[in-house]
Design a protein around this ligand. Structure first.
Ligand SMILES: O=P(O)(O)OC[C@H]1O[C@H](O[C@H]2O[C@H](CO)[C@@H](O)[C@H](O)[C@H]2O)[C@H](O)[C@@H](O)[C@@H]1O
Length: 283
């Protein structure tokens, strides 16, 4: 299995950079929709079988592998089966869009205090959803330092998001939070972090080199922008979009900016495996 040719010149340069300097390359990956197939119940999401094997084959061949997720870091580690995997001793997981950091080396999560607005939103959210007549199936995911309102299990998920967006934004703003939109979800979370800042923070202090970033949702756009900025500064980058395989359309803004669009987590596993084979074979 080979590596598909990126459709953009920047992407082809990015891939060439990765293959030329794997030891300086950072491979950054989103979790839900990229390593884990999308499922109706977020608590049942799990990394696709094959993810740990692909990552542990690739990680020793590149500078670093990092997971950048909106999930709490510990949940991504648990649902990803990412702890104690041979080859992943230096894995980092940046959770809550970078507010949390888990290191495989210590097995510990470091994070700031929980924003006080989260408790206030937690208290007011159920009444707001009732007042707004949120459709049956609307569901709150309590992530401790953020709250996500999911609509995937409502009859018309996109209409429910459109309807709830403004009142949720107003509630979030009253308590110093913001609304992060995603695939059939509106997350009320503290400001000051995003996946772009998370990725840049991770890259700071490392020897400058190529970056591969794979994601599937709106929250990944900030990381795309960070890679695009590096490319403008002359550093190679490869942007990968993990497109749904369920009939759901891909997030347009992401698919349009990607150098490579792959079919969901299985496509991501294939890409990681092919990268490892190519880099390993060229050593
Ligand atoms: O940054 P990510 O790793 O992509 O996390 C973003 C959000 O993903 C989760 O929600 C999404 O996946 C669910 C499980 O497949 C799906 O049911 C939901 O519709 C998706 O939006 C997660 O539940 C959120 O906490 C994450 O912030």
């Amino acid at each position: 299995m080979g590596i598909a040719e990126p459709r953009t010149a920047a992407g082809r340069d990015g891939l060439a950079g990765v293959l030329a300097e794997p030891e300086r390359t950072v491979v950054a990956l989103d979790f839900d929709g990229t390593l884990a197939p999308i499922v109706p119940d977020p608590d049942r999401a799990r990394a696709l079988p094959g993810v740990a094997a692909a990552l542990s084959a690739l990680a020793p061949l590149v500078g670093a592998v990092v997971v950048v997720t909106g999930r709490p870091a510990a949940k991504a580690v648990e649902y990803g089966g990412l702890a104690g995997v041979p080859g992943l001793e230096h894995l980092t997981v940046l959770g809550h869009y970078g507010a949390e950091r888990w290191e495989a080396g210590t097995g510990e999560v470091t994070a700031p205090e929980v924003h006080p607005g989260v408790a206030a939103v937690r208290a007011e959210l159920p009444a707001l959803l009732e007042r707004e007549d949120a459709p049956a199936g609307t569901w709150i995911e309590d992530k401790d330092r953020a709250l996500a309102v999911h609509t995937r299990r409502t009859p018309d998920p996109d209409a429910a998001v459109a309807r709830l967006r403004e009142p949720l934004a107003a509630l979030a703003a009253r308590h110093g939070l913001l609304v992060e939109p995603g695939r059939m979800v509106l997350e009320l979370r503290p400001p000051g972090v995003d996946k772009g800042a998370a990725l840049n923070g991770f890259l700071a202090g490392r020897v400058p080199g190529p970056v591969v970033y794979a994601g599937d949702d709106l929250g990944d756009l900030a990381a795309y922008a960070a890679v695009e900025k590096r490319r403008a500064d002359g550093l190679p980058g490869l942007l990968v979009c993990s497109a749904p395989v369920t009939g759901e359309p891909p997030v347009r803004e992401l698919a349009d900016r990607a150098d490579l669009v792959v079919p969901g987590p299985a496509g991501v596993v294939d890409l990681l495996t092919a990268l490892a084979a190519r880099i390993g074979g060229e050593r």
